[in-house]
Design a protein around this ligand. Structure first.
Ligand SMILES: *[C@@H]1O[C@H](CO)[C@@H](O)[C@H](O)[C@H]1NC(C)=O
Ligand SMILES: *[C@@H]1O[C@H](CO)[C@@H](O)[C@H](O)[C@H]1NC(C)=O
Ligand SMILES: *[C@@H]1O[C@H](CO)[C@@H](O)[C@H](O)[C@H]1NC(C)=O
Length: 278
């Protein structure tokens, strides 16, 4: 297991991100690399993992780096420890398959950034991610508790994280796929609350929403914001609508960014997402 020098960027796509909304979410995601600052060259490192044929074909059509994740699972499926799996539905099987795949990337010696496709990359995140080699996991939060090192009341979100390849993180992913009785996000949160991070000796840094922003808690600073996640939102259609407003806000900011007085700008309300819960 050799250490690979580049950090890959991995996003998982399914046909919902191709076919739903005023504009496909995948297109919004890719556009963000175009409108973002110092983000264009990051496209070379982006690996799109397609979980169905339609999104795989779309990926190839866009001439990106594409990988088709085959979901070959049936009644007799067993996990890597040879245990029989009883997973309730296709969603759980998919989450399990994803986790195995990502764990496999770590086992091959690659560190990576995982990003959901409803995360807009408005700036290159690397300057805002710690380069300290002893930090294993840097993960976004729905609400940031104010302390990058404190687990207490930290609402982690697996929509964006950077993870280093090492024994601790490989163990973490093994534990995740073993415990996938809940959706992945909750598995990780439950493991954190049960003290698994400490047991593994995992060094975790929780990412401040001022930089790694989202609809749950907006960044207060357009000069610092790096990514914007359409979290706290129920439907893809609503996410797309509100992310279009984010692009609009961002473009207005960029247009005025030479103007030193324009600091009190705020984001358009995420109305479609708020209404998506009703
Ligand atoms: C790197 O992170 C570790 C763990 O949080 C910390 O103990 C160490 O001081 C950090 N090193 C530097 C150079 O910041
Ligand atoms: C990871 O575990 C293997 C096997 O236990 C061990 O040989 C190796 O030194 C470990 N690597 C690190 C980076 O801890
Ligand atoms: C900067 O912004 C202020 C307040 O919005 C405005 O009054 C001023 O004309 C702007 N200056 C320039 C050079 O755009």
């Amino acid at each position: 297991m050799g250490k690979k020098s580049t950090t890959v960027i991995i996003a998982i796509v399914n046909k919902g991100y191709i076919d739903q909304g005023e504009k496909p979410m995948l297109d919004m995601f890719l556009d963000s690399f175009w409108v973002g600052e110092d983000t264009r060259e990051l496209m070379d490192r982006l690996l799109l993992v397609a979980v169905d044929q339609r999104s795989f074909e779309r990926c190839k059509f866009l001439r990106l780096h594409c990988y088709k994740l085959e979901l070959i699972l049936d009644e007799g499926a067993v996990d890597s420890n040879g245990e029989k799996l009883y997973m309730s539905n296709d969603f759980m099987k998919m989450m399990w398959r994803r986790t195995l795949f990502l764990g496999d990337i770590l086992k091959r010696g690659y560190s990576f950034i995982f990003t959901d496709t409803d995360v807009m990359w408005l700036r290159n995140p690397f300057p805002r991610l710690s380069q300290n080699e002893s930090i294993d996991l840097q993960i976004s939060t729905d609400r940031f508790n104010g302390d990058e090192q404190s687990e207490a009341n930290q609402l982690i979100n697996t929509g964006f994280y950077m993870i280093r390849s090492n024994n601790k993180t490989i163990s973490l992913f093994d534990a995740c796929s073993a415990g996938i009785a809940f959706k992945e996000q909750d598995v990780l949160l439950n493991m954190m609350r049960a003290g698994v991070f400490r047991e593994l000796g995992l060094e975790v840094r929780f990412l401040d929403t001022n930089y790694f922003s989202g609809f749950c808690e907006d960044s207060k600073d357009f000069r610092a914001v790096t990514t914007v996640h359409a979290n706290c939102c129920r439907t893809i259609v609503a996410k797309v609508a509100d992310l279009m407003a984010v692009f609009h806000d961002w473009k207005m900011f960029k247009r005025s960014s030479t103007n030193q007085t324009s600091t009190s700008r705020s984001w358009t309300n995420h109305k479609a997402c708020r209404d998506s819960w009703n």
